[in-house]
Design a protein. Structure first.
Ligand SMILES: C[S@@+](CC[C@H](N)C(=O)[O-])C[C@H]1O[C@@H](n2cnc3c(N)ncnc32)[C@H](O)[C@@H]1O
Length: 229
């Protein structure tokens, strides 16, 4: 396992030894607007008890909660065994029935055409470069069924972790922020337009957006897309 993958672990995330002290996390508001409402996206999915949804980097299971509430079939992948165990304990604590296994952006460990929805929320940039981004997009496309929806989110240029990153070359950014990811190279999309362009190489309909929140101490900036296979 690379150092970058191994950095995702109980210690770096500060998970308490006594898991009952762990407080559940909440779903992405951006995902709720994009996928659960017809006000924002042109192509929001239908979510029923037949829907098969895969969350890549499921971590605290927070983004699967609204799917579970609607009876959907929930699947998660995590980058290593420690992270799988965190996700499984989070699922158990919230009574979410889910298939959670080891998998990564470029190797999801599921058959072709297995899902109606694939979530990649702040996960795709753990690739190393543009080739990695393309390979991840191809893998997301492979596991989606016909007409399946991909929801992808990554950090934009104003995001506090990316803000002072060193731009090493196309889609290569070295993190300088004071964080456990300091020194790692992330494959961020250059901008919203490039996110759309790379997705359009594989997906038949692609819609992109951007959300910037300005706060007193730090800003967040998310580039996102809903793409249809
Ligand atoms: C910033 S967290 C996001 C967690 C969750 N998706 C969310 O939005 O709350 C990044 C997640 O990506 C996972 N991860 C790291 N490298 C990965 C890779 N190469 N492929 C897939 N997942 C990865 C981490 O274990 C972690 O769960």
């Amino acid at each position: 396992m690379s150092d970058k993958s191994a950095a995702w672990n109980t210690k770096n995330l500060g998970i308490p030894d006594e898991f009952s002290k762990f407080v559940r996390h909440h779903p992405s508001e951006l995902m709720l607007r994009s996928l659960f409402s017809s006000t924002y996206s042109t192509n929001p999915p239908k979510i029923t008890s037949d829907t098969r949804v895969l969350d890549i980097g499921a971590m605290y299971m927070n983004n699967l909660v609204p799917f579970h509430d609607r009876g959907a079939r929930c699947f998660g992948v995590e980058i290593n065994e420690d992270m799988v165990s965190i996700a499984r304990r989070c699922a158990e604590q919230q009574s979410i029935a889910a298939d959670i296994r080891v998998g990564s952006n470029r190797s999801l460990g599921h058959e072709n055409d297995s899902f109606d929805i694939v979530l990649s929320i702040n996960v795709v940039h753990y690739e190393n470069d543009q080739a990695g981004l393309r390979a991840a997009i191809e893998e997301y496309h492979r596991v989606l069924d016909k007409d399946g929806r991909l929801f992808v989110v990554s950090a934009g240029s104003e995001h506090y972790i990316r803000l002072n990153a060193k731009h090493l070359g196309p889609n290569r950014f070295e993190i300088t922020a004071d964080d456990f990811r300091r020194g790692q190279v992330m494959a961020y999309f250059e901008d919203e337009a490039q996110l759309g362009e790379l997705l359009s190489e594989k997906f038949r309909l692609v819609e992109t957006g951007r959300v910037i929140e300005k706060h007193a101490r730090a800003n967040v900036d998310f580039l996102y897309a809903v793409a249809v296979k």
